[in-house]
Design a binder for this molecule. Sequence first.
Ligand code: PLP
Length: 344
Amino acid sequence: MSKQEINLISDTITRPTPEMLNFMMQAEVGDDVFGADPTVIALQNKIAELFGMEAALFFPSGTMANQTAIKLHTQPAEQLICDKWSHVYNYESGGASFHSGVSCKLIDGERGMFKASQLAGVINDPEQYYLPLSSLVVVENTTNKGGGACWDYSELEKIKRVCSENELSYHLDGARLFNALVAKNESPIQYGKLFDSISICLSKGLGAPIGSLLLSSSENIHRAVRIRKLFGGGMRQVGYLAAAGIYALDHHVDRLTLDHQRAKSLGKALEQSEWVAKVEPIETNIIIFKLHENLDERLFLKELEKHQIKIISMGEGKLRVVTHLDFNDEMLEKVIDVLTHMPN
Ligand SMILES: Cc1ncc(COP(=O)(O)O)c(C=O)c1O
């Protein structure tokens, strides 16, 4: 990325800050496949304590953490239930069927979120032996394809009740959970007590170069160590990367409000642009919008690129902008200025 470029395609594009790099360089490391990396152990203990859950495990990616959770909670031929826009269904290369041999039942939710009553309506009766056995519910907070939308916590509680009544496991894809916690003023403990497992990404809004965590019971995490190895995710002196995660949790959580404020300012500028037909509600750091039907999306992207501003198309006429740690007020002003003066 050149110095002048303003890259808003994702919050995954950030580079470690000098302070984070310095902290990483100081990490004490060991061979984590032997469970002997003190910095990895410290990160896992830190996040488990934060959420009030028994244990946690460090993963190279959010995808591997989610796929491990699916493997933990299901048997081949069973069914997981998720929203039609969920990451586990749309963007994990079909891993649920490949790794765990399960099918997905999709709920037609709103911005990636559904109601407990919708869930209750799609659970297969276990007595009907010819139907796949429903065994797992996956929710995503914030929702990616849903434009950074945050769940209503009371709905998540209602879903938990439906899960308990039907003996379903409950997994949270919390790739951007910290964005939701900051936006809604909620605590990690609230989430730790609700879910059987939670995945968290350190490499999105939190600004670490790599890394995700899976949180669950000690028994599940003990099993997850084997599954992670089976998936090729056992890592050696990985404490250098875990250190980035520790640094991110200590320094990059509260500042997420800045990303959210900047996203709202961009949303206002987009609403005023003659190109833009509709901007989805903005709750966190993701903005999804649509152009007027007669306007060419490629021309819009090209016009922005002339000013070294990059955003991404989501398909179906939707465009996405994501604010992040490497996007500052000066850049915000420039993007607003370009949007305001863009000819069509
Ligand atoms: C909601 C959600 N879950 C999971 C992931 C997967 O994370 P990773 O790219 O680290 O595999 C992403 C990545 O964008 C995501 O947005």
